[in-house]
Ligand binder design. Sequence first.
Ligand code: C2E
Ligand code: CA
Ligand code: CA
Length: 551
Amino acid sequence: MDNLLAAPGVRVYFKDLESRFLLVSAGCDATVPTGQELSDLIGKTDFDFYSEEHAASAFHDEQEIIRTGQPLEQKLEQETFLDRADTWVSTSKMPLLDKDGEIVGTWGVTRDVTAQVKAEKALAYQVLHDPVTGLSNRISMMDRLEQAFVALERLPGRLAVFFVDLDHFKVINDSYGHDVGDQLLVEVGRRLSRVSRRADTVARLGGDEFVILCTSLNNDDDIALIANRIVERVRAPFFKDGHELTVTCSVGIFPTTDPQAEPEDLLRGADDAMYEAKELGRNRYRVYDPSSRGVSTANQFKAELCHAIENNELFLQYQPLFSLDDQSLVGVEALVRWRHPDRGIVAPDAFIPFAEQHGLIASIDSFVLDEACRQLEEWTSREGWPAGFTMAVNVSGRELSEVGFAKVVEEVMLRYHISPERLCLEITETAFVGGWAEIQETLAALSLLEVRIALDDFGTGYSSLAHLQHMRVDVVKIDRSFVEHIGRSARDREIVAAVTAMSHALGMSVVGEGVETDHQLDTLMGLDCDQGQGFLLARPMSPEAVVALVG
Ligand code: C2E
Ligand code: CA
Ligand code: CA
């Protein structure tokens, strides 16, 4: 007994029939109330030192032992002292017998297992949480889903799984490094947690995939509300080390009221719907609809798109650009459309991103380049066609990193006798930042051809003014999202003013995109913007309509 009494982390005590301490050993400071000598305990009960709840539970256990004569083995409990919490102990208690075998009290051995319990908790945390964001991981998400269905059996209701996937996250990782990528994931996790309610579960499944489980939804409006919030919150800019980053997300949603549904099916359905959201142009949500025939599966879609390219289902519309000085027409931007046999006219946002991902963008872009240049030659050979009329053609970032791209451009220019100042290639900011080296090579080759380069959608990607000076571009196109708020937001106005001033200082001209109101137009003019493009001035139109406009 001597050894046991002295063992570190172990306390042995004896109590009488009323659970008053008779004797307490040393050896386990953590389980002795602060400021108490061991001798102070004698004659007192747990109620003098511990929380009511803990003392009552110990008292109950001891009275049971006295009543039944049966020992209590290895009970793990948290000791809550009146003045201190958080000591975990493992207790075994036995009846205390006198020399005649009569029960005269209890005795017990208490071991301090706090360190062990904490380690186990940390481990459990690791097993159930994503190390980067601290959110739940797939394992705990599946567990929560199971629980949610059990709850649904008891109390009918509606729940939904939101599958959130970031758009083009790889570009951020590639251009800014994984540290910035991780920080962005953490911030996205925070934003998603704020969108959901406390009872909801937000998990990161890996990579740039997040899942939110929302329980107790009332109706479809609730779902749309949350989905809209997700899309909006994620695309608000992030500020990291002097950079302003933006990332959008595509969200797939699987709602259900069926308690018999399988968690795996829910996740898969939400994933499918997310994929549809990507297919429809990203930066949006889509609710899973098993009966939906509107959106085809990836393979089917790819086959249809290949067919479209080969069978001339693609065609171009042209949106005019105007000088803000004198409102004169300065050129057009070629915009591709797809005349789908069943679905009617399909907008480029619904197939360009898909084409980029599935290796079809090169054929689309070269069709567009060819057709636009053919049209340009036809137009400019007409009498009275405006001097200096330019044709802008969008070029996917994927194309730019292909070695032969400048050659393709050169061939098309030769074929249609295009002088270089008439052709403007529009390239998004994202393309400039991703695959820097290859793109620089292509840009250098293009600058030998002397074609003009426009930086498209400026402000949506990595809008750092500092970047501008490293980009050899002739035109900066300020994205619609800035122009949209230019009347209301002083911040957007300042940004546009700064971009314009900087671009002019660098010898670039500036186009405001998406001009829809007179107020926006006036503001852009006031900010010294050179050109405007937007529905207010002219919508994308057929080649015949362009001819009529010029006439
Ligand atoms: P973008 O290059 O920014 O093209 C401008 C888009 O804004 C066009 O949409 C145009 O219709 C729209 N827009 C113009 N003015 C306004 C306005 O006042 N208000 C609003 N709400 N929208 C306006 P569209 O034709 O649907 O093209 C979407 C995007 O698809 C383009 O954005 C471009 O990134 C891509 N795209 C279009 N054609 C091609 C192409 O031939 N090749 C490649 N790679 N991408 C293309
Ligand atoms: Ca463009
Ligand atoms: Ca644009």
